[in-house]
Design a protein around this ligand. Structure first.
Ligand SMILES: Nc1ncnc2c1ncn2[C@@H]1O[C@H](COP(=O)(O)OP(=O)(O)OP(=O)(O)O)[C@@H](O)[C@H]1O
Length: 254
């Protein structure tokens, strides 16, 4: 794996007239936890869909874990993706769904079985593993999606709102799991509106607004930039950055 786990150069996505992501360039070192923040509609999910090969960029290029995002087989082998609303097969049980994902990653069945049992127990899903996913609550489906994203031992994992819909204990488990994954030098691209989660986990934060990256830096540095009185927090930094991005440009008005 190269030193940079995620490299994007001028990544752009246009939906008709709508410019969802505009000339986004990223260079994220391997092993980093990168918090990707932005207001509703800023372009976070669109960026993640481009970086995971699910949506083709209108312009620009990107490489994730050494695979170009249009090299689907090589890319999907090396990455995991937990979308905000993970797709699940209603007719399968939780365990069957995860076995299917393990087969896609060509995990040996015995190893897959052990890993699935371990993750189901960790997420307190063991007792429900043999029930149809269609009968699961939103939070239970999110847990299955998270296990599926991590099952193939990805080099880079994309997590869109990983704690939303989870009860406090499950949210804690999710945060601990992400921290443990990051300890193993997996690169984590984490998008969440829950800034305490990003603050806890992210080494670096990037802020996207109206499709453009408007700030990027070490989490602590971004917080310090927001306040110089020692009361720095990520929420203040986020509000300042996104307000500035929308402030009328006086030079243009003059
Ligand atoms: N399939 C699509 N067709 C048309 N427009 C789209 C499509 N997907 C996203 N968009 C538009 O692209 C922009 C960015 O959307 P995106 O879902 O990437 O935002 P987001 O930052 O993930 O927002 P949120 O925080 O609300 O989830 C929005 O204006 C959205 O309406």
């Amino acid at each position: 794996m190269t030193d940079q786990a995620i490299v994007a150069d001028g990544l752009t996505k246009r939906y008709g007239e709508e410019l969802a992501v505009s000339g986004l360039s990223l260079s994220i070192p391997a092993g980093d936890v990168y918090g990707f923040l932005g207001p509703n509609g800023a372009g976070k999910t669109t960026t993640m869909r481009m970086l995971t090969g699910l949506t083709q960029p209108t312009d620009g290029t990107a490489t994730v874990a050494g695979a170009a995002v249009d090299e689907r087989p090589a890319l999907t082998e090396r990455i995991g993706y937990l979308p905000a609303d993970p797709p699940v097969f209603d007719e399968l049980t939780g365990r069957e769904h995860l076995r299917y994902v393990a087969r896609l990653h060509e995990l040996p069945p015995e190893e897959a079985g052990e890993r699935i049992d371990d993750m189901l127990a960790r997420f307190d899903l063991a007792d429900d593993a043999d029930r149809r996913v269609g009968t699961y609550s939103t939070g239970m489906q999110k847990k299955v999606g998270a296990i599926a994203a991590l099952l193939g031992d990805p080099e880079v994992v994309f997590l869109d709102e990983p704690t939303s819909g989870l009860d406090p204990r499950a949210a804690r488990t999710m945060r601990d799991t992400v921290a443990a994954v990051a300890e193993r030098d997996v690169t984590v691209f984490l998008s969440s509106h829950v800034l305490s989660v990003v603050d806890e986990l992210a080494d670096t934060v990037g802020v996207i607004d109206d499709g453009e990256l408007v700030a990027e830096g070490a989490t602590e540095e971004l917080k310090r930039r927001a306040r110089d009185d020692g009361e720095a927090d990520l929420e203040t930094a986020f509000l300042d950055i996104t307000e500035e991005a929308h402030a009328p440009d006086e030079r243009v008005e003059a």
